[in-house]
Structure formats: C-alpha cells, structure tokens
Design a protein around this ligand. Structure first.
Ligand SMILES: Nc1ncnc2c1ncn2[C@@H]1O[C@H](COP(=O)(O)OP(=O)(O)OP(=O)(O)O)[C@@H](O)[C@H]1O
Ligand SMILES: [Mg+2]
Length: 452
C-alpha cells in the first residue's frame, strides 16, 4: 500500500496528547495533535489525516461528538475513534451514530489503543483498495457491458481478467439468462486475442451431420449441396475465440470429434484430407448440470475435463439482488434512449418488488420487463401497479399487454410443446415425432422452457 497513514490526536490534556503521540509512533507515518475542536479542524483541513482520535469532552462550545460529525462531513472516508469517560455508553453510541469507527474508555490503555489503531488502519486500507477495485471495475464495465458490483460478480470479473490472457479452456455454468455469453465475450475482449474473431456456435441448434460441417468446414462436393469449399468455426476463429454455446447438447459423435481436436490440435474439413491446425481459444457454456450428465454417461468425462480447465460459475439473479437496482437503472437508460422516450424513473415501491422477485429468467427476464415498461408506461414515474403480474404471482407466466415478437414466439412454442407432451403422455420420442423435431431438440427446448 503506497498511501501513508496520518493520525490527528485531539485532547485538552497535554499529558494524554504527548503520551498517545509517543505510544502510537510505530503505527503511523505522521502524528499531529490539537487541544480544541477549532485547532483540530484547522489542522485537519490543512493536512491529510486518515485517522482522528478525539476526546469527547473538550473545552469551548463544541466537543468531540461535533468533531466526529464535522470530520465526516468534510471527508467521509476518515476513520474516527473517540475517547469517552468510563461508563458513558450513550455517548459512545452517539459517537458511532455520527460515523465514529470505534470508541475507547478512559483511563486509556496504550496496548488496547494500539490494537484499535491497527484495526482502523487495516479498515482504512481495505476501504482504499475497495475503492480502487470499484474504479477498475467501472472501467471494465465500460469494456464488457457487464453491469453489477455485487461481490460474486466483481470476483468473477477479476478472475476473468486473470485468465483472459492464457489460452486455457473456460467452461461457464449458470442458469439461462445469467449473462454467460456476455462473459464469454468479456474473456475474449480482455485477451490478447481481442483483435481476432469471436465466433459463437450453438451446439444444440443443428443436427449431427450439419454440426460437423459447421465446426470443421467441408470440401467442395463432399455432400449434396456442398457446391464449394466452406471453412468451419474452428477455421474462422483462428487467432481468436471459439464460443461453444449449449455445450451439453452436442451429439455423442461430435463429442469424439471435438475431443480429438482438443487433444491433437488437428482436424480436417468434412470430405477433406488436409490436416489443419486449430488455433482458437475455446470457451464453452451450459445452463445444465454438466457434472451430473458426466456421471450419467451422457457427456464424455475426458471431454469435460479438457473443456473445464477454468470453471466459471455465474450465480442466478436471485442470489445477487444487490445488483438489481443498478441493472434496472442501466436498462431504463438504455431502453429510454433506444425507444426515444423521455427519461423515466422507478419509485421505491416498484423497486422493492423488482428486488424481491424470483427472476427465473434472470437478467434476460429483468431486461425484458424493463423494456416493456419503457414502452407501455406513459408517465415518467413507474409505480408498482405498472409491474407485470408475473413478478408477484406464479413465476414465469407472462401477462403482457405489449410483448416483443420473440417473446410471443417463445410463448407459443412453449405452449405447443407443453400440449404435445400432455397429449402423448410425456412420451418424448412420440412427442418429438408429432412436433417434427429430433428428440435432442425436444430435450433442449424442454430444458429451456423448464418443462419437466
Ligand atoms: N450483468 C449484466 N449486465 C448487463 N446486461 C446483462 C448482464 N447479464 C446479462 N445481461 C443481458 O441479459 C441478456 C441475457 O444474457 P446472455 O445471453 O449472456 O445469457 P446466457 O447466460 O447466455 O443465457 P442462455 O443460457 O439462455 O443462453 C442479454 O441481453 C445480456 O446482454
Ligand atoms: Mg447464451
């Protein structure tokens, strides 16, 4: 820590002043003393003190308690310890309410006060570090677009910065809508590969045959419709990052192919002979319990270990409610300007509902709710009665007046799958057939919509 630690001692008794100054010499870089509140304020204003130790009873019309308030008004980050007469608990409580860090009782025990000063110094150092970290993160937020400063998220961002420059594979786990893709992009943006491409592929979206060609590319004429050579995701992401989204949805055959690339660094285009060298950093994501799938033999253990060198866990929104107010403000700003609305605010009651909601769809759901409010609420202040019922009633039921097209489509799809499942006694193969999708796609969608 490069910042110095300066102490100001305020007491009307010269003996106590000099005794304390001498006794605390080891704990500080610089010590100054004062006998009255006025003298103390003069010295405080012309110096840079991190700690003030003040007697409560001082001569003149202002005492130590006023000094606590005055110091806190001037520099809220200053730590204050007050000295009170023995047995005056009320005074001590009053001092703490005014922002004092701690109190000591007379007669002053030098050893005890040394300990308290050491504690205050540590507290101060932590505060400074915390502030510096917050500033850095604010900077980071501007790069990544990740909003939030709860402990879990700040630790996560620190971790991302640390591992960004290595080529280690990263596996991001977290519920749907928690920001996994945003984090994958942040890893890319912080890395030396940031000038290279970021290529995302959804492993759940394609059937096995197409997936192979999507990942590794194909040669001209390798199958019907392959009218020319096409590079795959591995080739496209050379020098950059390849993001494998919905990792657990990858078919068994492709798991083997992927493992081979990770082990040897080599692959070939479909229908091609040439051995190509992979130069992509792999980041993958899943919202399922992959460890469980490994146990059940649905996901290859060897592949899991290769991809999971750096595991990153994104907590659901309900476990980081501290972030909800800043996310709300962020999305309000964002959508008001995008939809050209005048700036809107949200009242305390409405905010309380948002902070307390269960958010099964996490940040994505919050984002959708705020967008809808920006579009539908005509007054400048959003109140609790404007909020959709889904937040206060059964989770997940969307009761919207204006809904985005994507939401309408999703709701319709969810409904169709639900009815088909019921009509077919939850027989999955049969349901998939009726709906005209593969069983794998059905599983993926069921998982996505929470249908079990
Ligand atoms: N911390 C955050 N700050 C700002 N926006 C966020 C944050 N987390 C998520 N979002 C936004 O929420 C939406 C969902 O995030 P994202 O697509 O990264 O989630 P996901 O975890 O990949 O979800 P899924 O598992 O459903 O694919 C995006 O619009 C994203 O920008
Ligand atoms: Mg995603």
């Amino acid at each position: 820590m490069d910042e110095e630690f300066h102490i100001l001692i305020v007491d009307d008794e010269p003996n106590i002043r000099s005794g304390l100054a001498k006794g605390l010499k080891q704990e500080a870089d610089y010590i100054e003393t004062a006998g009255t509140v006025n003298e103390a304020l003069d010295k405080f204003d012309s110096g840079a003190f991190q700690l003030v130790i003040a007697d409560v009873r001082l001569p003149g019309d202002r005492g130590g308690l006023e000094l606590v308030s005055l110091v806190q008004q001037r520099k809220p980050n200053t730590t204050v310890i007050v000295i009170t007469a023995h047995g005056t608990v009320e005074t001590a409580v009053d001092a703490m309410r005014r922002g004092a860090f701690d109190f000591i009782t007379k007669p002053v025990d030098l050893n005890l006060i040394r300990q308290q000063v050491a504690k205050a110094a540590k507290h101060h150092r932590l505060q400074v570090e915390n502030r510096q970290l917050k500033e850095k993160l604010a900077e980071a937020g501007e790069i990544t677009g990740i909003v939030g400063n709860c402990r879990a998220l700040t630790e996560l961002l620190t971790q991302i910065r640390q591992i960004a420059d290595t080529d280690a594979t990263v596996l991001i786990r977290g519920e749907s809508g928690t920001g996994k893709e945003l984090i994958a992009r942040a890893i890319h943006d912080f890395s030396a590969r940031s000038t290279g491409p970021f290529i995302a592929v959804n492993l759940g979206a394609l059937p096995e045959t197409l997936l192979e060609s999507e990942l590794f590319g194909h040669e001209k004429g390798s199958f019907t419709g392959a009218s020319r050579q096409k590079p795959g995701c591995f080739e496209q992401s050379a020098g950059g990052t390849l993001f494998l989204d919905e990792l657990t949805e990858i078919p068994a055959k492709s798991q083997v192919d992927l493992l081979r690339v990770l082990e040897t660094g080599q692959y070939a285009r479909v229908g091609g002979e040439e051995s190509l060298q992979s130069d992509a950093r792999i980041v993958s994501a899943t919202n399922r319990d992959i460890a469980h799938l490994v146990e059940d033999g649905e996901f290859r253990e060897d592949l899991f270990y290769r991809l999971n060198i750096v595991p990153i866990e994104v907590p659901p929104l309900r476990q980081r409610r501290d972030d909800i107010p800043i996310l709300v403000d962020h999305f309000l700003d964002h959508f008001c300007s995008r939809h050209r609305r005048t700036e809107k605010t949200i009242n305390v009651d409405a905010m309380a509902v948002l902070i307390g909601a269960s958010w099964p769809g996490n940040v994505r759901q919050l984002r959708n709710v705020i967008e809808r409010l920006v579009v539908t609420v005509t007054s400048d202040v959003i109140t609790a009665s404007d909020l959709p019922n889904e937040l206060t009633t059964k989770a997940g039921i969307v009761e919207g007046r204006v809904r985005s097209l994507a939401e309408v489509a999703e709701a319709a799809e969810k409904n169709a799958i639900q009815s088909a499942l019921v009509a077919n006694d939850f027989h999955r193969e049969q349901t998939a057939k009726v709906l005209g999708v593969s069983v794998r796609t059905l599983h993926y969608k069921m998982n996505r919509y929470g249908l079990h």
